[in-house]
Design a protein around this ligand. Structure first.
Ligand code: PLP
Length: 386
């Protein structure tokens, strides 16, 4: 399509934003500019591209696309979700302080505690589903508030607008890791957040064939800093991966709708199943964050956590599924099932996992877009063996 995409609907932007037809050939798909450098016309005269760590047309197309989907000013694509988070954290200096959801992805916890604390950055780990806990943790040195909502894997829900208000009242910025829902279901910048982070490895790419990350900034200051960080630290996404993520995003809306429909059926079956102790899913009316989640998101996503009662029961379920695959990660077209305590959150110490309610009997499911009857039958037969 031609022209400005900013006023168009979500699916139209997902398909077209940042991706006008290639000016030279008319190609509808943005070419993979697999080049490290660009020939200059004469000394001091170039076409806006000098060196591929700094500028690459394929990466730029993805960055503009993600920025438009999240409603931000700038997008920045990185080699992984963790590379995006590492680059983001350059906003914080030694002696400063960060308030963070106590139950974030295990890799984020590992990076903050085992690497950034060595550089005299201080963290307060709070139950961010309680605004009073966030407010109580703020100090004059607080530079960032970093939340996940829903959290991985215990599904705590935080009030984005309320948290933004607290952060801003203390001169801090709010960052939301929106990986679990994608911008199709939740756009934190619309609720006052200053930045959004994604592991594009998950729903944005959606096909379990690329590792990547993205940041979207609402403000000029962070936009300029993060472009400088991409150039200076170089943790950028490759042209091929940028292409793959863009291709994935074109079907984000239809995938998310199917993910959600399948998740609703899986949750209904599991919630009524005698072998399942408890289902943690924000779409369940008795989930403590249900009302807050409904206010700030247009759907509940397809991440579902089960409390199986014992480790043996969890293991039996994990070992007996056939259509679902036992694997780390989430957000792909295929359904994945995992054991957070020993897989995604193994880097969180056991006593800390106890504090979070992240038990050894927990199982996490990323509900894919297969035929739902096959998923239900597979879970039924595996649960029969528990
Ligand atoms: N944030 C969340 C919520 C995640 O689940 C993950 C990975 O599982 C990450 C960030 C890190 O992303 P990546 O694995 O792409 O580095």
């Amino acid at each position: 399509m031609k022209g400005d995409t900013r006023q168009l609907g979500f699916s139209t932007r997902a398909i077209h934003a940042g991706q006008p037809p290639d000016p030279r050939t008319g190609a509808v798909a943005v070419p993979i500019y697999q080049t490290s450098t660009y020939v200059q016309l004469s000394l001091g005269e170039h076409q806006g591209y000098e060196y591929a760590r700094v500028q690459n047309p394929t990466r730029e197309a993805l960055e503009q696309n993600v920025a438009q989907l999240e409603g931000g000013l700038s997008g920045h694509a990185f080699a992984s979700g963790m590379a995006a988070i590492a680059s983001l954290m350059t906003l914080v200096k030694a002696g400063e302080h960060v308030v963070v959801s106590r139950n974030v992805y295990g890799g984020t916890y590992r990076y903050f505690t085992q690497i950034l604390e060595r550089y005299q950055v201080a963290f307060s780990w709070v139950d961010s589903s309680r605004l009073d806990a966030v407010a109580a943790a703020m100090t004059p040195a607080t530079r960032l508030v970093f939340i996940e909502t829903p959290t991985n894997p215990v599904m705590d829900i935080s009030d984005i607008a309320g948290t933004a208000e607290i952060a801003h009242a203390h001169g801090a910025l709010l960052v939301v890791d929106n990986t679990f829902l994608s911008p199709y279901l939740q756009r934190p910048l619309e609720h006052g957040a200053d930045m959004v982070v994604h592991s594009t490895t998950k729903f944005l790419n959606g096909h379990s064939d690329s590792v990547g990350g993205a940041l979207v900034c609402a403000r000029q200051e962070e936009a300029e800093w993060l472009a400088f960080v991409q150039k200076s630290m170089g943790a950028i996404l490759s042209p091929l991966d940028s292409f793959l993520v863009m291709r994935g995003i074109k079907t984000l809306a239809v995938r998310m709708e199917r993910h959600e429909r399948n998740a609703a059926a899986v949750v209904a079956m599991l919630a009524a199943h005698p072998k399942v102790r408890r289902v943690l899913y924000p779409g369940l009316p008795d989930h403590p964050g249900h009302e807050v989640h409904r206010r700030q998101a247009s759907g509940f996503g397809s991440m579902v956590t089960l409390e199986m009662g014992t480790y043996a029961a969890a293991k039996a379920l994990l070992d007996n599924v056939k259509v679902l695959s036992l694997a780390e990660s989430l957000g792909g077209v295929e359904s994945l099932i995992s054991h957070p305590a020993t897989m995604t959150h193994a880097s969180v110490p056991a006593e800390r996992r106890d504090l979070l309610g992240l038990t050894d009997s927990m199982v996490r499911i990323s509900v894919g877009i297969e035929d739902v009857e096959d998923l239900l039958a597979d879970l039924e037969q595996a649960l029969a063996k528990v």
